[in-house]
Design a binder for this molecule. Structure first.
Ligand SMILES: [Zn+2]
Length: 313
């Protein structure tokens, strides 16, 4: 079996039935073959809905339990189609867009699925940025006066870390984004520590908030980017900020609730860091992998903030 489909036709061929989806999930989850989770024996019976029964001790395991798909009542094929759609939309997906693409009867289902899938986009223990990294902050939100939001103006402060690409200092490598509680030096340093490997060269826009970085094992890069406009110390981070704003206003119409913002930033990062990957199938595979590694997300934990959901039109 191929590791992932190359295109839409390949996708259709690869997943014609529920069983082919279940089979794929077991291959991705247990690439070396299933072994009993209790006794380690590799001899088993397969039952319906991805159940494996150990021939030695009788222990029963399910490929779906403990994953993002755990309690779903919808067909896995529909989930797979949603994931294929999500990785193929370069600029991201709104719930309404997904609802229309899959012909889902309920906007809420599309909304809930996107929230769950965002949690599958970031893997725990991912490595931090390294080399030369530009850091900056930007404000998101508040473009719609009268809309309720956090803070007086409904804006959220976002931390941006953008790595200089290895092949060219004018190109961006990987990025990391996070929501900042405030712009205090201590907060900024924590954000850098979460995103950037110590020993890296860090180039901030303003200097004062980051002045303690050298005492945390980072090297401040004082020389400005050679092609930067005068006064623009961090052109790469600024480029990310403007793409982020365009995505926020375009795909999401400026209507992301601050409660969920961090997950939307994860989605932006997932897409951005894989923007040059020509294979959408590989992204699909990564998303499946992430979904299998994600803990189940009970719908209850999502719906409590439904009042702040995206616009329906
Ligand atoms: Zn066993």
């Amino acid at each position: 079996m191929e590791l992932y489909p190359a295109d839409m036709a390949g996708f259709m061929d690869m997943f014609p039935t529920e069983d082919t989806c279940l089979e794929y999930l077991s291959l991705v989850r247990w690439p070396d073959g299933y072994k009993c989770l209790r006794c380690g024996n590799g001899d088993y019976w397969k039952k319906a809905r991805g159940l494996f029964t150990c021939r030695a001790c009788g222990y029963e395991a399910s490929v779906l339990v403990g994953t993002l798909f755990q309690d779903t009542r919808k067909p896995l094929r529909l989930w797979f189609q949603a994931m294929w759609y999500v990785v193929n939309q370069k600029n991201g997906v709104s719930a309404l867009g997904l609802q229309k693409a899959l012909g889902l009867g309920s906007y809420h289902t599309a909304w809930e699925w996107l929230h769950k899938l965002r949690r599958a986009m970031v893997r725990s223990g991912r490595e931090r940025l390294s080399g030369i990294v530009e850091v900056d902050e930007t404000l998101l939100g508040g473009e719609h006066p009268g809309k309720r939001g956090r803070g007086a103006e409904g804006k959220s402060l976002i931390f941006i870390a953008a790595e200089e690409a290895a092949h060219s200092e004018n190109a961006i490598g990987r990025i990391r984004l996070s929501v900042l509680e405030n712009a205090a030096g201590e907060t900024l340093v924590k954000a850098v520590q979460a995103a950037v490997e110590p020993g890296s060269l860090v180039r901030p826009d303003g200097w004062s908030g980051y002045s303690s970085l050298p005492s945390h094992g980072y090297t401040h890069v004082p020389n400005f980017h050679k092609d930067a406009a005068p006064g623009d110390a961090t052109p790469l981070a600024h480029r990310v900020a403007s793409l982020l704003k365009r995505w926020w206003l375009g795909t999401h119409q400026g209507a992301i609730s601050p409660t969920h913002l961090a997950y939307y930033l994860d989605e932006f990062t997932f897409r951005f860091n894989r923007r040059t990957s020509r294979s959408r199938g590989k992204l699909f595979y990564r998303l499946i992998e992430g979904a299998l590694q994600s803990d189940p997300v009970p719908a209850k934990t999502l719906t409590q903030h439904l009042e702040a959901r995206e616009p329906t039109a």
